[in-house]
Design a protein around this ligand. Structure first.
Ligand SMILES: CC(C)(COP(=O)(O)OP(=O)(O)OC[C@H]1O[C@@H](n2cnc3c(N)ncnc32)[C@H](O)[C@@H]1OP(=O)(O)O)[C@@H](O)C(=O)NCCC(=O)NCCS
Length: 301
């Protein structure tokens, strides 16, 4: 056996492991690349493949950053092929993740809520093996996150009237263009600094998968899609300046993205890692879809 870095020619095998090993999720090669070797925050030493008899038996991809101002590590993905489970491979990968992140100075490590490039905002509560696995390795459940879903079709979101209505109040909602980047980032850094990475990702898409609301040459709201798990109907994040809430800006911004998701051919959107359930239930009839637990462990001992 050996643990080595992830290579481009592993992607097919890693995708197969994810598809067979995580039955409550959807994977394809693009998503696996986006979470590993093509991740904006990719660090080769934090990605690892476990080989057994020249076969890829499992892998893990971590990321490193700051949480609440403290150095923190995330396990973005850790999956063992079902055929190779129960032999200590998951434990070996987890221990390697912990030791590499400790080596980077991480005080703590958590599962899957790896901002900005996360696959899911925690571990789906139904993964029973992983529940037992993480408990055994002294992880504690420290939080819960929710994904909503809603149906989408292009006809559901005719926005002309709503956009005109906002114009009469001095608000201009439109798709972001590349020239808007610095104005948008200035707004995001001021109001929603945690979302800068995802907004930058939205600008990398062609066209930018981002709508903004302007008032007197200032950005006062934004909504984005395809910032994570691209081409799966992934909506979020979005936010409106607290001084301009209650005018219907958020509803229009959100619906503009949902309309685009419908035009991409999706029949449902994922509204990830919420937040204001009532707002989405009201404006697009969203319903609670999945619940995720964040597991965490201190690395400081
Ligand atoms: C969780 C996972 C990585 C474990 O991999 P693995 O190689 O089977 O793990 P190990 O052989 O090292 O097992 C370690 C411990 O996990 C728990 N565990 C593993 N399989 C289990 C099962 N079928 N039922 C209950 N507990 C189980 C046990 O506590 C086990 O230790 P023990 O045998 O001494 O009791 C694997 O099940 C998996 O890939 N699941 C899907 C992906 C996932 O949920 N990832 C979690 C990301 S944090």
């Amino acid at each position: 056996m050996r643990i080595r870095q992830i290579r481009e020619d592993d992607i097919k095998a890693l995708t197969d492991i994810c598809v067979k090993g995580m039955e409550f999720d959807y994977f394809n090669e693009d998503i696996v690349r986006e979470k590993t070797i093509n991740a904006v925050d990719y660090e080769p030493e934090l990605g690892m493949v476990y080989e057994l008899n020249h076969k890829v038996a499992g892998f893990a991809q971590c990321s490193f950053g700051k949480r609440n101002d403290h150095p923190h590590g995330w396990i973005r993905l850790l999956v063992v092929h079902p055929v190779f489970r129960g032999q200590g491979i998951g434990s070996a990968l987890l221990s390697e993740c912990e030791s590499r992140l400790r080596g980077r100075g991480a005080f703590s490590i958590s599962t899957m809520d790896a901002v900005p490039n996360y696959f899911t905002p925690g571990l789906d509560y139904r993964y029973t093996e992983a529940f037992c696995f993480l408990e055994k390795h002294s992880y504690e459940r420290v939080g819960e996150n929710i994904n909503l879903t809603c149906n989408v079709s292009p006809e559901m979101f005719q926005l002309h009237k709503e956009i005109e209505g906002l114009k009469t109040k001095g608000f201009d909602v439109r798709r972001a263009e590349r020239e808007d980047t610095s104005a948008v980032l200035e707004f995001i850094r001021r109001e929603f600094p945690l979302w800068e990475g995802e907004v930058r990702e939205a600008f990398r898409n062609e066209p930018p998968s981002l709508y903004i609301c302007w008032r007197k040459n200032k950005v006062v709201g934004f909504s984005a899609y395809d910032t994570n798990n691209k081409n799966t109907g992934w909506f979020g994040p979005m936010g409106v300046d607290p001084g301009f809430r209650g005018h219907g800006i958020g509803a229009v911004l959100c619906r503009a993205c949902l309309r685009d998701i419908a035009l991409q051919g999706h029949r449902a959107a994922t509204i990830a890692w919420v937040g204001p359930v009532k707002f989405y239930a009201r404006i697009c009839q969203a319903r609670i879809d999945r619940i995720f637990w964040v597991w965490q462990k201190s690395l400081s001992l």
